[in-house]
Design a protein around this ligand. Structure first.
Ligand SMILES: [Zn+2]
Length: 331
């Protein structure tokens, strides 16, 4: 049997936010008695989110971001709860969105930025709020726990932003163990969003195209990316975005891997694109710069010895792995 079409799956890289170790039991979310029985289990756990940020126990990294479900009540009760799934040992894991009042902002000028604010849980020095991007970049939790936090943030952010029916404007309510919202007036069901984004490396022989956005960390260059539009295939979106942002035409497209990206609810679709033109025209809006890079130059970035101090994206991002597969082969 010819199964060459599986060859890309064999080189799927270990990206951040992927590989949650839970059985999502999606077929049982409508069974309210089942979900209530899970909630009542003494080993029921929760990941806690307030103001879009996970709550972590203070201590040495990596920390385990799981609390007894009962902890939710001690922190003011959950505004929204969603069943994330069941651990291999049988313990159910929920995501709980705490009320905004459960946390407080402190002025913090300890690092010289007077307008910097820090969120704290009043009276709980054992807890810290850390934004998910920092947790991922700094490796503050183990990779499988990071995937659970990403799942929790994505579903709870969706609830927090979809309190009203997009069809008739009335308030909606959570259903299906937190995986749907329903409008009791017009009866429209609303499902969590996942927004597809293509992220790709255009390749021209022994060169690849990298760009830079002004808001990125100093010196970082990366793959181009953009949202897939209605009525568009992944391949068409890849070609359109590269042409829009850098003026390069592309032909053949190859898929590498994908990554959940909970900021707030994207799925990054990682691809390679074969360039068919060579002269770059930077759009000046999405990108402040873009140019061709040789393999030696990209390798120097990974080895932290690029003469201009250029750096690749962080290893938790799929762009890092797309670039590494191109520059260094499968790993
Ligand atoms: Zn409605």
């Amino acid at each position: 049997m010819n199964d060459a079409f599986f060859k890309t799956a064999a080189r799927a890289p270990a990206v951040g936010f992927a590989g949650a170790p839970l059985d999502r039991v999606s077929e049982r979310r409508e069974d309210q008695a089942y979900v209530a029985a899970l909630r009542a289990r003494p080993d029921a756990k929760a990941v806690l989110i307030a103001r879009d940020m996970p709550i972590l126990p203070r201590g040495e990294a990596p920390s385990a971001p799981f609390f007894p479900l009962a902890e939710t009540e001690r922190l003011g009760g959950a505004r929204i709860e969603a069943l994330l799934g069941i651990e291999a040992g049988g313990a159910p894991v929920f995501a709980a969105l705490l009320p905004d009042g459960a946390v407080r902002e402190l002025s913090d000028d300890s690092d010289g930025f007077l307008d910097r604010r820090r969120l704290v849980v009043p009276g709980r020095d054992d807890l810290a709020l850390v934004d998910l991007r920092s947790i991922a970049v700094q490796g503050l939790v183990a990779p499988d726990a990071l995937a659970v936090l990403g799942q929790a943030k994505a579903i709870l952010s969706w609830h927090a932003r979809h309190g009203f029916c997009a069809h008739c404007g009335h308030a909606t309510r959570p259903a299906a163990a937190g995986w749907r919202r329903e409008c009791d007036v017009c009866k429209t069901p609303h499902f969590p969003r996942t927004d597809p984004v293509v992220i790709m490396l255009a390749v021209d022989g022994e060169r690849c195209l990298l760009g830079r956005q002004s808001r990125w960390p100093k010196g970082m260059v990366s793959c181009l990316a953009g949202f897939v539009e209605p009525g568009e295939t992944i391949e068409e979106a890849v070609r359109r975005e590269i042409h829009e942002e850098a003026g390069i035409a592309c032909g053949e497209i190859a898929y590498l891997a994908s990554q959940p990206w909970p900021f707030p609810s994207s799925l990054m679709i990682g691809c390679f694109a074969r360039a068919t033109s060579h002269d770059i025209v930077v759009d000046g809006k999405e990108l402040e710069d873009a140019r061709w890079f040789g393999r030696d130059e990209v390798t120097a970035m990974f080895e932290k010895r690029h003469p201009d101090g250029l750096t690749p994206p962080a290893p938790m991002a799929i762009a890092h792995h797309i670039l590494r597969v191109w520059a260094c082969g499968d790993q």
